[in-house]
Design a protein around this ligand. Structure first.
Ligand code: TRP
Ligand code: SF4
Length: 328
């Protein structure tokens, strides 16, 4: 089973990325043939004005992946913009994609209204689902792990496949299925969505001291003034972290102790810090062993493997379009 998924290189990853996406990728690579790529062209679709060093951000992202447990011996890791076939297939697919499919895309409309601080009334932003379709189809993905917001893009991908097959009378591509990954419910330390722009995240690269400092300041049940005041874990952010990270039996005990007023918030946070460290420590250890040269080698090898596959698919697509000859 071939899995393809991409991530935009926009800076360091946080615990929400790990629980929502990476943990799933790490598990998938044990049983599936996985291709994970740095979606740097996609990053440009919304950040073309930001002067991002995408080369460096791409390398950093792959380093985060490997530190988080993605194994380059099991998964193919590559950089989208290094494989020119993504752009080539994007051109062909753009020719046959009706504007209405893109304009009606609910994710497109949402993002236009949410990102008012950016001018994304561009061809690139409108058509990025077409680029995404190219990403997926070049590698014959059976399954694409994505979050809920990306569902319309998978639907567009399948529609493009059917239209291509119909127009060129040749079944070049595979229709991919989505694998919905539950977006992590882990809120940021201020109760809002965990996000770099809110400065409320715990990063995979944080030191134990940084994690503790952030946790220490996190708000708990505001009704608890004294240590033995009964509390309500359901209104406490720290408890959300426990639910996501701490063993069930311990979570139940914390729930009961909090309600009875027999555990203090500082002690509760210390247990929480331990749960976070259980995730971050192995990531920290792997990261310490990685240097840029090693990452560049991984990317180089991944790019070569990806390119060979992409070129084969592209040849069949071009045959269908330019020679009306079919090699399904
Ligand atoms: N569009 C995705 C996002 O913004 C990233 C992405 C690009 C992707 N190409 C992909 C995801 C192909 C899955 C498959 O998160
Ligand atoms: Fe939150 Fe724990 Fe304090 Fe209860 S004891 S309010 S769950 S930090």
């Amino acid at each position: 089973m071939r899995i393809v998924s991409g991530m935009r290189p926009t800076g360091k990853l946080h615990l929400g990325h790990y629980l929502g996406v990476l943990k799933n990728w790490v598990a998938l690579q044990e049983s599936h043939d996985c291709h994970f790529f740095v979606a740097d062209w996609h990053a440009l679709s919304t950040s073309y004005e930001d002067k991002l060093n995408l080369k460096e951000l791409g390398r950093d992202l792959v380093k985060e992946w490997i530190a988080a447990g993605i194994d380059p011996a099991k998964s193919t890791l590559f950089v989208q913009s290094a494989i020119k076939e993504h752009a080539e297939l994007y051109v062909l697919l753009n020719m046959i994609t009706p504007l209405g499919w893109l304009e009606r895309n609910p994710t497109y409309k949402d993002q236009l209204s949410q990102m008012e601080h950016k001018d994304i009334h561009t061809a690139g932003f409108l058509t990025y689902p077409v680029l995404q379709a190219a990403d997926i189809l070049l590698y014959g993905a059976d399954m694409v792990p994505i979050g809920e917001d990306q569902k319309p893009h998978l639907e567009i991908t399948r529609e493009i496949v059917r239209r291509f097959h119909h127009l060129f009378a040749c079944e070049v591509f595979k229709e991919p299925k989505e694998m919905l990954t539950e977006t992590s419910r882990l809120p940021g330390l201020d109760g809002r969505k965990m996000s770099k722009s809110y400065n409320n995240a715990i990063y995979l690269s944080d030191t134990p001291e940084e994690v503790w400092e952030k946790l220490r300041r996190a708000k708990t049940d505001p009704q608890r003034v004294r240590r033995n005041d009964p509390g309500d874990p359901d209104v406490c952010l720290v408890f959300d972290y426990h639910k996501a990270l701490t063993e069930d039996a311990v979570v139940q005990k914390i729930d009961a102790d909090c309600r009875a007023g027999t555990i203090g918030c500082v002690d509760c946070k210390k247990i929480c810090a331990q749960s976070i460290e259980k995730v971050l420590e192995p990531i920290r250890e792997r990261r310490a062993k990685l240097d840029d040269a090693t990452i560049d080698e991984v990317i180089q090898k991944g790019n070569e493997a990806a390119h060979a596959e992409a070129a084969r698919t592209m040849e069949r697509a071009n045959d269908a379009v330019f020679e009306i000859s079919c090699h399904p």
